[in-house]
Design a protein around this ligand. Structure first.
Ligand code: SF4
Ligand code: SF4
Length: 104
């Protein structure tokens, strides 16, 4: 953890996520009665491709567009089963599964 900024703790992580919200892209997924969103915080993405490589159903692909830092973030193609593996594997915490709440 960085001693000056305290980065690495939960609070710092939360602030970073808030800051990046404007660069967040969410894809609505409906699959076999399940609904949710896969969201990509593009500003954080380093284009490593782990999420694409390890998605069990090849639901993700690289975006044609690059971020300001020159990386290609993932985008949703099709077939997502909302397993959440991309969220678990992303080293930058830049992709996550947002489940739909009851009544939404
Ligand atoms: S939630 Fe699962 S199926 Fe959907 S994109 Fe992520 S790894 Fe692929
Ligand atoms: S694993 Fe994370 S950092 Fe790597 S390409 Fe996917 S979203 Fe970007």
């Amino acid at each position: 953890m960085d001693e000056k900024t305290g980065r690495g703790d939960d609070e710092g992580e939360e602030k970073n996520r808030e800051k990046s919200m404007s660069d967040e892209k969410c894809y609505l997924v409906e699959n076999k009665g399940k609904e949710g969103n896969i969201c990509v915080i593009t500003e954080r993405c380093k284009g490593c491709g782990f999420c694409i490589e390890f998605c069990p159903v090849n639901a993700l692909e690289f975006s044609e567009k690059t971020t300001e830092k020159g990386y290609k973030p993932p985008k949703m193609n099709q077939g997502c089963i909302l397993c959440g593996k991309c969220e678990k594997i992303c080293p930058e915490f830049s992709i996550y599964l947002k489940k739909k709440k009851e009544g939404e």
